[in-house]
Design a protein around this ligand. Sequence first.
Ligand SMILES: [Ca+2]
Length: 374
Amino acid sequence: MPAPVLESFAAALYQELSPLALQDEANSWALAYYLASIGEGFQIVEDLARDTPTRPGWASLLDPQTAPSYALDWLGQFVGVEIPVGVTEQAKRDLIQDLAGWRRGTPGSIRAAVQLYLTGTKEVVITERDTSPYHFEVATRFSETPVAEWAATNLNQNGGAETNATGYGSMAAATVTRDTTVFKSGVASIKTVTPATSGAGVQYGIVTAQPVTVGKKYSFGVWVNAPLGQAMNLAIDWRTAADANVSTINQAFVGTGTWQYVKIDGATAPATSTKARTNINITTATIVTFYADEWQFEQNDAATPYVATNGATAARAAGTVNMLRAILTQKPAGLQFTYVVVPSWTYNDLDARAGTYDALDALYGTYDQMEDAP
Ligand SMILES: [Ca+2]
């Protein structure tokens, strides 16, 4: 048996006990192994506390660039920096180094906290005193904000089929039932068994309408478990108030033999449409069984993560993953705020949200003036 490699604390202990170690090699290094296990608990303190040729003991722990990663959240407390969830190790080091906590309560610190989760140009617009002196609004762009942070309302009132199959209908004589043996989440999914008819499948929105507004963008996302290689189609079927078809958006996909997420992003509701059906169907003349779960139809530029429904529409507020918490840790005490994700920053886009931006209009005649404002 080889001798164990002793770290500094155990090695020092072994040195102290060397008179007892003469027979250690003949005894499979029993003493060395014993001291190695004792030393393990002390080694972490030894590493931090020991003087080095260039620095005194404990110095590395109190330096945000050299502190071990496990100590960063603790170190942040010395300068009032609350480390947000889910940021990289380097971002944590930089937050502490920048003394972000010393600027807490300022627009700059709120902006920086939000930007940790954005991509691209990471633009953040903060509108102070937007509805009262004690309220402000934080807005970020759709294109730079993770879709999980977007607000969403699932217009499919039975997206998970957790209680029944209400609202789902058959296309081309397929058999549509609720199934509790195969599901993506919860306890059930929607099971469809097709006849050998292309176009057979399942749809939602006949019994329980999914209302739409002309000109607005809608997205359809759903998890489907269909046989490997099966040619499938996803569709949004726009309907008039009298339930006549206006037009249909199709998106082909192929079954994978397991659960896969398929979607149609940002389709605009055409003129005369008042509601939409959402469909999943086969495009071959084959008898097929497939399942669907976490079915979501929403007014959004892109499909966002599932908002669970079970008998009624359900909504998720913007920023519930990370943004709201990030703003909470940085905002001035006593102030309230709203977080929104908006399409873009053209002045017309902002102006269209007149309820929020009336005050802005009064202050700044043009978008450029607003941009240049401090
Ligand atoms: Ca389910």
